[in-house]
Design a protein around this ligand. Sequence first.
Ligand code: NAP
Length: 289
Amino acid sequence: MDFVTLNNGIKMPLEGFGVFQVRDKEECRRSVLDAIRAGYRLIDTAASYTNEDAVGQAVREAIAEGICTREELFITSKMWVQDMQSYDTAKKAIHASLEKMGLEYLDLYLLHQAMKDYFSAWRAMEDAYREGKLRAIGVSNFYPHILTNFCETVEIKPAVNQVELHPFFSQEAALETMRYYQVQPEAWAPLGGGRYAPFENESLSAIAKAHSKSIGQIMLRWNVQRGVVVIPKSTHRERIVENLDIWDFSLSGEEMRQIDALDMGYTGTAIKHFDPDFVRMCVTRRIHD
Ligand SMILES: NC(=O)c1ccc[n+]([C@@H]2O[C@H](COP(=O)([O-])OP(=O)(O)OC[C@H]3O[C@@H](n4cnc5c(N)ncnc54)[C@H](OP(=O)(O)O)[C@@H]3O)[C@@H](O)[C@H]2O)c1
């Protein structure tokens, strides 16, 4: 496993484990424990996934079992839009995430979307960072023009921007903006999130055969080789293990270029940040009273 150093000097693993849509608490707890047992140290959740409590439980169990220490883990959560109304609602949300997870601090906390009053929410995150409750703070789904304005305005620059990044939506221009502001890119849906039919793709299949690896492993390796943190999700133990087994081979320059060529230049997901209906759906979605 390789690590990256964030713009505030802390180390982040280049691969982690995501739990989006793992709504069943017991399944979430078991999957996170399986992941930590398999060697993952970064776990990615969010207030809106409504499984922060199950993630926290698995983390505490893993530490109690002696699999790893809290310091070896890198736990990420995200503030939902509902709480990005003001400084005070954001402050409460940070406290609620820590409470639900039963942790004294988080390694990374992200603004989930660039919606509502995200500047006030960020100021609450800056204060929690200064108090040591959050070791790093970042953003998610901040497109280049939004990230640029944000970085030019805030006091503490985001350490991470988590966006959709995989061979079919490679977002090279977005990565360039992140490099300019020293914001670490992190890929959501690194396996395509169940879309784009990557497992039937001929180019990926040929490269996978050449390395005796799976197509999923090739997709993950492509992202980490371009310096992007990946957080694949699976509730199947054998896939959890398989997805972490990407550290004993390298893709050649030519193979990287072949995978780059799969870029469609647009997202194929239902998560469309430029669509007013999607924004309205986010700003009206309530995850708590
Ligand atoms: N910030 C955001 O707005 C945002 C948005 C989306 C996601 N995320 C984060 O990013 C993480 C990853 O994204 P994601 O969950 O959407 O998508 P993903 O990790 O790209 O793909 C997950 C899908 O691939 C399947 N899968 C996993 N490993 C596989 C393998 N080796 N072979 C074949 N299929 C495999 C999973 O099924 P099984 O579970 O059945 O194995 C699941 O259907 C999330 O869990 C979440 O933490 C963030």
